[in-house]
Design a protein around this ligand. Sequence first.
Ligand code: PLP
Length: 225
Amino acid sequence: MDALENRYRHLLSGLSEAAGQHAPTLLAVSKLQPAASVRALAALGQRCFGENYVQEAIAKQAELADLPLEWHLIGPLQSNKCREAARHFDWVQSVDRAKLLPLLNRERPDDRGALNILLQVNIDGEASKAGCDPADLDALADEAAALPNLRLRGLMAIPEPHPDPAHRRAAFARMKALFDTLKTRHPSCDTLSMGMSDDYPMALAEGATLIRVGTALFGARPARP
Ligand SMILES: *Cc1c(COP(=O)(O)O)cnc(C)c1O
């Protein structure tokens, strides 16, 4: 077994241990990784991949067009990239302001079905971070749910990488509470995306249904060119 396969099997076994009623989804974060690494992981059975940069993702997707993969955009989204995002992704996890919703809705091609949407929450109120204020979530969710070419699926967050684990755990718990409230208003919501290489076991313990893992799967990322 090579290193990639080893890391993949290790992650999957951790996920099945954490699984309650529904097995959590593993999103393989392939940003800055070559298409060949995505292909190698797909050959082991992985289907869902996350990318941060729209242009990089489009080029990679073209190389992998023969594979039945599901692509998630997890990087910050500018309004001038909504057209390409709506055409080239199955999910956009980084919707954090109302302005993006009608653009994604308008640009979604009819033959691709509804675009799955997660609302990104700035759960630690960090000045430099993407994500909406929790206070704006209801309005944003109602707007997303009303658009025919979008399907609101839940929430995403990147908590502050605080040195105190209790601080990080509390942020995951606040996300879970927001998610549970959202589900009562919008029963289509089934996805809580939180947890990365360094903290996914804690995120799973607090109720994540999807974890986004890059480094712990592919190893260190090449630098951005
Ligand atoms: C890069 C990235 C990840 C993966 O990070 P790792 O620490 O490599 O697992 C997850 N989520 C988002 C939003 C990212 O940008």
